[in-house]
Design a binder for this molecule. Structure first.
Ligand code: 3PG
Ligand code: MG
Length: 334
């Protein structure tokens, strides 16, 4: 895998698959953390006099949806980069503009179908490709696994950092290693629970997952929350059990809020766990857009040892899976 630092970018058009999957409420970006993590790569390329073609997704739209348009990120980017960004709502770029930002890739069903013509079309907008989206590197989507087949492909600075940091944990975790999994993406996270249970000493499960996980078939070291508040947060009994496990941990990996923390009525579970993770002796790793957003809301982000942009991607990586978006970079013929 080659770093973007090795790309001969000067005067070239560089397609950067960015991580702009930010939480959006009522048409506003409520947490910019993921965008900020891409800035190192974007600034480096601009300093190298490259032209940027930025591609990304927000959320899981079934069809074009104004509330999930990437135009919401345009202003944020312009503020940080101090340059104008040309937004494109069609599958086209303005060759004269130094920075093009394409509309949410998931507005085209071809993205998730990994359609090869779609990938070729996107690849035609650039001379090289950079993956700066660790958080989506577990997906077999066109912008992640197929564009890099048609172009010299490189890894962004944050992607490399994620692989290095999470790689260290995977190779020699401090024990007891405790994984905490919450959130609502059942189809991504349920299978991961089984694999993580082989790597971690304990796996604590809350969030919507607690209602979907089949307790009887789970490995013995998986503890699922047993009480809840209006099915929107874990209950006090579960909080106490989880805290007992967290207090003994030497390493903690956490993805997914325990409840609908955006609503003050259901913040408690997530907040209490955040406090105990920080108060424990453990090396702490927290990942995923919503979990980071919760920590930012509590003002606790700085107290975590490593923040990963990845949610599902981080869990799959730590469960020992090779992420397809990373694999394809390793086989790039550059
Ligand atoms: C994430 O939020 O973890 C990434 O953006 C991937 O999103 P997805 O689970 O909708 O593919
Ligand atoms: Mg997300």
């Amino acid at each position: 895998m080659k770093s973007v630092a090795k790309a001969l970018a000067s005067g070239k058009r560089i397609i950067v698959r960015c991580d702009f999957d930010v939480p959006v409420e009522g048409g506003t970006v409520v947490d910019e953390s993921r965008v900020k993590k891409t800035l190192g790569t974007l600034r480096f390329l601009l300093d190298e006099k490259a032209k940027l073609v930025l591609i990304a997704h927000i959320g899981r739209p079934e069809k074009p949806d104004k509330g999930l348009s990437l135009v919401l990120v345009k202003k944020t980017l312009e503020n940080y980069l101090k340059r104008e960004v040309a937004f494109q709502d069609k599958l086209a770029i303005n060759e004269r503009a130094p920075i093009n930002l394409l509309e949410n890739l998931r507005f085209w069903s071809e993205e998730e179908e990994n359609n090869q013509d779609f990938a070729k079309k996107l690849a035609s907008f650039g001379d090289a490709y950079v993956n700066e989206c660790f958080a989506t590197s577990h997906r077999l989507h066109a912008s992640i696994v197929s564009i890099p087949k048609f172009l010299p492909a490189f890894a962004g600075f944050n992607l490399i950092k994620e692989i290095e940091e999470l790689g260290k944990i995977l190779q020699s975790p401090a024990r007891p290693l405790v994984a905490i999994i919450g959130g609502a993406k059942l189809e991504t996270k349920l299978p991961v629970i089984y694999n993580l249970a082989k790597v971690a000493d304990r796996v604590l499960v809350g969030g919507r997952l607690m209602f979907e996980a089949d307790r009887r078939s789970l490995p013995e070291n998986v503890v699922v929350a047993h009480d809840d508040i209006d099915a929107k947060d874990i209950g006090e009994g579960s909080v106490q059990i989880f805290q007992g496990v967290i207090n003994q941990a030497k390493m903690i990996v956490w993805n997914g809020p325990m409840g609908v923390f955006e609503d003050p009525k259901y913040t408690n579970g997530t907040r209490q766990l955040a406090d105990s993770v920080i108060a424990s002796q453990a090396y702490s790793v927290v990942g995923g857009g919503d979990t980071i957003s919760a920590l930012n809301k509590f003002g606790l982000t700085d107290k975590i040892d490593f923040i990963s942009t990845g949610g599902g991607a981080m869990l799959e990586f730590l469960a020992g899976k090779t992420l397809p978006g990373i694999k394809v970079l390793n086989s790039s013929k550059v």
